[in-house]
Ligand binder design. Structure first.
Ligand code: GDP
Ligand code: CA
Length: 307
């Protein structure tokens, strides 16, 4: 069964790991968010694509939740000693990837092409493709002013409440090669349990991607990133509360109007299913605490196709 999943970083990467335990690796296409991309120390960093690549390659640090296992930080120590830009955590192993990607981009290679090359070199058989090769950047509006995504998320520790989210460059952004083709061929479209505002919305901000999902002839299923109305990690619950007025499954589904037919929600949210309208709830355990839990969640989402 051919499947496309829209994905942010860690939540999406864990879900993708579950999916390839159930379907053929090569039948999955992961469309990754690039709104978080950032230039640090002259390097182009794509944190969400990297979380996906590291997870699918089995190189990720499961405990820390991001970056590579067995990471060391010596290069960053030198950066600090020299008074360089050290607010963004870049490990030594991680830096190697950023060097290769940055050189390729500088030489004119599109992000999708270098991502494909890196995936291949890591032995990944799943297609990992950025939503767009064009420059698209998330900006966060807060009471303290508007910040580029990583300045709000990392440098300020996402402590500011969010009043608005915008995607610089989205109007001209075209889907990366392969995205629309994968959507057209898919038998099932999935939205990972990623942050709806800052991981999935930047993908949907590419108009041709949103249009293709609206025009789908196959089921589309989102997985909620909330358990008992709370984010497992990060600011998704605070953002939903403030921007959508609540953290129920209906509030999550409201971020994907006309784009999903079902939503996978946790057992902890099973009493709170009002307001879903046409969107069918699928209730299961959604905490991806280990490989079998990830696989179970993937099976629940994939099961939507049989109905
Ligand atoms: P990021 O780009 O690295 O921040 O990652 P994502 O946007 O892909 O994922 C972040 C979201 O994943 C958060 O809102 C979490 O609540 C959610 N998340 C993380 N782990 C789990 C899990 O085990 N189950 C569910 N349902 N959501 C999770
Ligand atoms: Ca992210």
């Amino acid at each position: 069964m051919k499947v496309v999943v829209l994905s942010g970083g860690v939540g999406g990467a864990r879900f993708a790991q579950g999916l390839i335990d159930v379907i053929e690796r090569s039948d999955l296409t992961v469309v990754g968010n690039v709104g978080d991309d950032v230039e640090v120390l002259g390097l182009h960093v794509s944190p969400d694509l990297d979380s996906i690549l590291y997870a699918l390659a089995g190189l990720n640090d499961d405990e820390r939740g991001w970056g590579r296992a067995n990471e060391t930080w010596r290069a960053l120590e030198t950066v600090r000693e020299l008074g360089g830009e050290s607010w963004f955590q870049l490990g030594d192993l991680d830096l190697g990837l950023h060097l290769v990607r940055s050189q390729a981009l500088r030489a004119g290679e599109p992000l999708s092409a270098v991502t494909e090359r890196i995936a291949h070199a890591f032995g990944i058989e799943t297609r990992v493709v950025p939503a767009t090769d064009d420059r698209l950047r998330t900006w966060i509006g807060t009471p303290a002013g508007e910040f580029p995504f990583q300045e709000w998320f990392v440098a300020r520790g996402h402590r500011d409440e969010v009043d608005s989210v915008r995607f610089e460059g989205n109007e001209d952004a075209r889907p990366a090669p392969g995205v629309l083709e994968a959507i057209a061929e898919a038998e099932l479209l999935l939205v990972a349990p990623s942050n709806p505002y800052v991981s999935i919305a930047p993908i949907l901000a590419v108009a041709a991607i949103r249009d293709a999902l609206e025009a789908r002839r196959v089921p589309a299923v989102a997985v909620s990133p909330l358990i008992g109305g709370r984010a497992v990690k990060g600011p998704a619950d605070r953002m939903l509360e403030r921007l959508a007025g609540g953290t129920s499954p209906a509030h999550v589904a409201s971020r994907y109007p006309g784009l999903i037919d079902a939503i996978v929600v946790d057992e902890a949210d099973a009493d709170d299913l009002d307001g879903l309208g046409d969107v069918r709830p699928i209730v299961t355990r959604t905490l991806m605490s280990d490989p079998s839990a990830r696989k179970g969640l993937a099976e629940a989402a994939l099961g939507a196709v049989a109905v």
